[in-house]
Every structure is written in C-alpha cells, then in structure tokens.
Design a protein around this ligand. Structure first.
Ligand SMILES: Cc1ncc(C[n+]2csc(CCOP(=O)(O)OP(=O)(O)O)c2C)c(N)n1
Ligand SMILES: [Mg+2]
Length: 333
C-alpha cells in the first residue's frame, strides 16, 4: 500500500490534534478540571494510523488512556472538553468523564477504567455485527497490562471461537502503572505472541511509526471485514508521562529512558514531521501555524465547556429509567 501525500499529511494533522488536545487537558487539569488524566502523549501514531482505514460505521472501544483513540475517530474538542469538565454538553452529559467517555453517534462505544473489560465488550459487539451481517468491524484498544487479565482471555477466546470481526490493538506503552511489561510478560518476546494461545494471527508493529501502523492497518482491516476472524496487533510505543498526571513517573524508570523516547527521532510526531519535511510537504513555519490554529480551537472548546451548565440530577435518573425500560422490553421478547 502506498499512501498519497495527502493521506500522510492528514495522519500528521490528526496526530497533532491528539497531542494538542492532551497537552491542553493537562493544563486544564492543573487549573482545577475534575477527574484524572491518563495521558496518551507519545502513542498518537496508533489510532491515527488505524482510523483512516475504518469505515464510518465500524465500532471502537478503548480504555482509560483513550483520548487520542476517540479524537482520531472524529470526536470533537467541544464535546470532549465539556465531558471532561463534567458538563451537560459533553458526549455523555458529563457523567462519564475522561475514563468512561462514549460518543455513540460516532460508534465510539466507550472507554472503560476496569482494565481489560473492553475486550469481552468488543467481542460482544463483534458478535452482534456478525449476527446482523452488517459488514462492520470492531477495533478494541487495550493496554499491555490488560493482556494479563482474565477478561482478555475470556474475550479473546470468545472472539476466536465464533470467528468474530474484531481487531484487538494492544497499545504496548511498556508500562502497567509502575511495572515494565516484561515483568508480567513471562517468556514472551512481544505481546503479539499471545495470539498463538488462541490459534489467532498476531502481528507486532512499531507503534511510533505512523506509516508502519497505517500499512499494517490497511492490510488487517479488510482481512477482518472479509471474514478472517479476530486478529491481534501489538503496537509498541512508550508512555511519556506517569501513569496519570499525579504520578511523576520517574521513580521506577530512568530519566534517560523517558528523554530518549521524547526525542524527535523516537517521538511519532517528530518522526513523521521529518518525513514530511524531507518530501517538501511541510516547514517549521507551517507547523507553527497548525499549532496556532489548534490552540484557537481548543481555547474555544474550553471556553464553551466552562460556560456550559452541569446536568440536572433528575436527568441522570432519567437515563437510568430509559435503561431499565430497555431491559424490560428485552425481557418481554
Ligand atoms: C481490573 C483492574 N485491575 C487493576 C486496575 C488498576 N489499574 C488501572 S490502570 C492499570 C495499569 C494498566 O496497564 P495497561 O493495560 O498497560 O494500560 P496503560 O495504563 O499503560 O495504558 C491498573 C493496574 C484497574 N483499573 N482495573
Ligand atoms: Mg501499558
């Protein structure tokens, strides 16, 4: 697969969007925005390389570090910031926040803070798609640590048994809170090897190289859509920040390691910038202009979030009423 210059540039822009969002979210958190931020800075190439190959009605699920996953799928700054600020205008009326955000209109079925719990959910969604023969696939983003959970085992077993159209993307950012992935990885050389235990195909890709991610996504997505069944893709990256923004992340790993991964030679945005610059497709001035425009868009999103009302407590209960009615109607079937 050869990407056009426009496609590569679009991936670059999307990575810049994800990075700018996260950087601003950290600033807002420090100003008093509620909740936690688990930063995905450094891992943007993974969703930005995969998303262009998904159809509009495909589904994604993600975990507690999922801001870039949803932005790369088209989530807007305005609704996402409103959600982070716990406002009525957020994607989930402000009751979900960063770790449980869903944008159903975009087929973003949700993040989850329970490590690994997205895996069986994704398999369930993929089962629904298979039964409805709707030709949709589901992408499930999960962490390296999530592969050690029982939920991962059950969810992947289920998907393998029923040959479901799902791509499990293991975002191996190398850390599970303060533990390096190899601590729990046993004798594995990489996490794609876990696929063998389920009789599935597993692939490992440099998750900081957006073009490599795009290339493998362009191959795996149509395969799954054409009935190949579930596939596991490990994308190796690095968690630049601490586990969440309250964790400096420096007591259990060398500072030099962090600095090396932040360098333009390893950083996914720095790497793609160099590629684009060498092709004459961008220069420093144009890059600065992108930052200026993103900052203005973020200023407006934050302004609107702050000016928005909180949800009326009665409305929270209403959503439960709808849920209960839905369950009741299912029970009658
Ligand atoms: C079932 C469960 N166990 C433990 C936790 C606490 N916890 C939150 S994040 C995390 C580490 C997850 O590591 P990984 O899956 O690699 O995701 P990352 O944080 O690196 O994105 C843990 C242990 C949890 N939220 N859920
Ligand atoms: Mg991890």
């Amino acid at each position: 697969m050869i990407l056009s210059n426009e496609q590569v540039y679009a991936i670059y822009l999307m990575m810049k969007r994800c990075r700018a969002f996260e950087e601003r979210a950290i600033v807002e958190l420090r100003k008093g925005m509620p909740g936690f931020i688990h930063s995905s800075i450094g891992a943007e190439a993974i969703p930005c390389g995969i998303s262009p190959f998904l159809a509009q009605d495909d589904y994604i699920l993600t975990a507690h570090r999922g801001h870039s996953d949803i932005i790369a799928r088209g989530a807007g700054f305005i609704e996402t910031f409103a959600e982070l600020y716990a406002k009525r205008t957020g994607y989930c009326k402000g009751v979900a926040g960063s770790m449980h955000i869903a944008a159903l209109d975009l087929n973003i079925l949700g993040a989850t803070g329970i490590v690994g719990s997205g895996v069986p959910l994704a398999s369930g969604v993929a089962l629904g798609c298979k039964m409805q023969k709707n030709n949709r696939i589901t992408v499930c983003y999960l962490g390296d640590g999530a592969t050690c959970t029982g939920a991962f085992h059950e969810g992947v077993t289920f998907a393998a048994t029923f040959d479901l159209p799902v791509l499990f993307v293991i975002v191996n950012n190398q850390y599970e809170e303060s533990t390096h992935w190899t601590y729990w990885g046993g004798k594995l050389k990489n996490l794609a090897e876990r696929a063998k235990g389920y009789g599935l195909k597993g692939y490992s890709v440099d998750g900081n190289d957006a073009l490599s991610v795009a290339k493998i996504a362009s191959q795996l997505v149509p395969k799954i859509r054409n009935g190949a069944g579930p596939i596991i893709l490990e994308a190796v990256t690095y968690r630049i920040h601490g586990h969440h923004m309250g964790d400096p992340g420096t007591s259990y790993r060398p500072k030099e390691e962090i600095e090396a991964w932040k360098s333009p030679e390893k950083d996914p945005i720095g790497r793609l910038y160099t590629t684009l610059r060498d092709k004459g497709l961008i220069n420093e001035e144009q890059d600065r202009q992108i930052d200026v425009e993103l900052a203005a868009e973020l200023d407006e999103a934050v302004r609107l979030a702050l000016a928005s009302p909180e949800i009326d407590p009665q409305e929270v209960l209403q959503d439960f009423v709808y849920y209960n009615r839905h369950v009741e109607s299912l029970q009658k079937v």
